[in-house]
Ligand binder design. Sequence first.
Ligand SMILES: *Cc1c(COP(=O)(O)O)cnc(C)c1O
Length: 410
Amino acid sequence: MTALQIIPFSPPRIDQKIIDAVTETLKSGWITTGPKTKVFEKMLTAYGGHQSTLCLNSASAGLELILRWLGVGPGDEVIVPAYTYAATANVVIHCGARPIFVDSGEDLNIDIRSVRKAITTRTKVIMPVDIAGLPCDYDALNALIREAEILKIFSPSSEPQSQLGRILLLSDAAHSLGGWYKGNRVGSLADVTVYSFHAVKNLTTAEGGAVCLNLPLPFNNEDVYMHLNAKSLHGQNKDALAKFQVGNWRYDIIEAGYKCNMTDIQAAMGIVELERYDDDMLPARQQIFTHYTSLFEGKKWAQLPEYESSDRRSSYHVFALRIHNITEMQRDDIIQAIFGSGVSVNVHFVPLPMMSFYKEQGWDMAQFPVAYDNYSREISLPVYYDLNADLVERVARTVINAVEEILDRK
Ligand SMILES: *Cc1c(COP(=O)(O)O)cnc(C)c1O
């Protein structure tokens, strides 16, 4: 018997082009934040259609820098979905503020009516997450934060909050680089949008993230960029590249900042990946989504994810299959059977109110019935550049066998 090839969940695309770009950077004499990072930032700004981009070592750092720039702290509230990765809420805790969880909709994204109900005089930020790569309803979110009743109760407690005069819309776009909503690309749909380039994301720099600035007047997005850039480098008013210029050694510390800059080694990977993202990566992922959809379409038990409509288009990040009428335990049994046949799957996500830390903060999953229902019936299937049609068919066959075996046991 030949050994079964295990199908991984989401390996990075590391080909000769990436290896060459990294090698060239290593040999160039400049490996930390420098010319490559600045090029990557310019490319991302043109790509997303927003005003300015700051690259960092993670999306988490980007979300936290923005909260700190806005002066979010003790006594403040930030509305986040219950159904997301821990980073979204943990950064709020880091700042001493309180994440307020809200329920999801059928499309897995934050439910707008629940967001409205959660708004108080303490709300400073709404942080929607484009789950699986599908953009949230940004027209509804942008309209909500500008409603007269909601503007009236907004109580600023910092200079940027007063300048904005309303709740900030901060999009966690860790999944959705390249997604579209009503003719605009993710990056320009909210006041600030944060991408992740973590190893499992669509575009990876091993670790990395970017803050896309799209703030309205009176903000100058270039000034905010300079401020955040210093904040990401210990509050130093010159970065390493600027200091490297002959005779330009003296610098000042304007605040006790953090250390979360991107290196040029990471940016070198990002440049290669972004150059081929629209013509190569996204079509490959779209093909996989379409193929899975055709293979599951005839199955009555299969609830297929939304990824394209007239209003919005996914970045095809996670193929979130749900199974109708099963319990959380049956889902876990199905996953076990799939793994037993050599296919790696995942669950996006275990909702945060189910996690020990957030339970101890008083959250109860019973308050989020839709998020629980979505989570308890969800299985994320492998999607990655090198997953060819034969492998997609093997995954689908494996999933179908596992589901039908467990359903037959009833
Ligand atoms: C991956 C992820 C993040 C964090 O990204 P990092 O770059 O690892 O900090 C944040 N939010 C969501 C929804 C994610 O999936």
